[in-house]
Design a protein around this ligand. Structure first.
Ligand SMILES: [Zn+2]
Ligand SMILES: [Zn+2]
Length: 247
């Protein structure tokens, strides 16, 4: 348990670091953000289709489909149904972030997102340690852009650096809370970990396909879409490497 918690705290720390970068160095290279998001998107989506979906079906049978779709729907609801304006990458639309309510809503959407990042690392590691490591790696790749997103939302709504720091620490805390939540589920009933794992297949799919890919496609930088494919290849090599290390 301690090991998984440490992984979670590391993910939270990387997120806070991403935010601090934007707070203290205004012009963090846009390209670097996009490449990290693209690599994470490709890696996450390959992971969903090669590991998370097949393993969920093996574990829960046909019932897995319900939890996969539920995971996808829950993130969609909290990030884009009840929230007006939220997207990954640096927030530059100052005009929509003028109202505090808009920025608070966007931050709450990110809060739920960060919680499920943590939950997915923890549920997967409890279920199968090597799949968990792969999720952890894929999530770490987008934690710096995620921190940048959170810090820049607060700055765009003309709030202080102190408020931005508080928002970052809260979001980092939400990731760690997600880690702990999966342990609580396991205590209540071990079979809930399997359900959380299938649910994770849906949330991780959402992060790759709806949070990250649209940002890449919107970009004028045409190398970023290629990096998505590189992320898929990176998944393939990481998985083979991990298999060789374990056997
Ligand atoms: Zn915006
Ligand atoms: Zn995330």
């Amino acid at each position: 348990m301690l090991r998984i918690l440490l992984f979670g705290m590391l993910a939270s720390a990387v997120e806070v670091l991403g935010g601090v970068l934007v707070l203290y160095k205004k012009d963090w290279p846009r390209k670097a953000q996009e490449y990290l998001m693209a690599l994470s998107a490709g890696f996450l989506l390959a992971l969903v289709f090669f590991e998370l979906v097949p393993e969920s079906l093996k574990l829960l049978g046909g019932a897995a489909s319900f939890y996969i779709v539920l995971g996808f729907a829950v993130l969609h609801f909290f990030e884009h149904t009840i929230v007006g304006h939220l997207h990954f990458g640096e927030e530059t639309h100052h005009e929509v972030m003028v109202s505090k309510t808009a920025s608070m809503a966007a931050i709450s959407g990110m809060l739920i997102h960060a919680f499920f990042d943590g939950l997915s690392i923890s549920a997967a590691m409890q279920f199968d340690y090597s799949i968990g490591l792969l999720i952890f790696f894929a999530i770490i790749l987008h934690k710096i852009p995620e921190g940048i997103t959170v810090a820049s939302i607060t700055l765009a709504s003309k709030q202080t650096v102190k408020t931005a720091m508080l928002a970052l620490l809260t979001i980092g805390g939400a990731t760690t809370l997600g880690i702990v939540a999966a342990f609580i589920l396991a205590q209540v009933n071990q079979s809930l970990v399997g359900i959380a794992f299938a649910f994770t297949a849906g949330t991780v799919c959402y992060v790759g396909a709806s949070d990250l890919i649209p940002e890449i496609n919107r970009s004028e930088n045409r190398i970023a879409p290629l990096i998505v494919l590189a992320g898929m290849l990176l998944f393939y090599f990481s998985q083979s490497l991990l298999e060789n290390l374990i056997s």
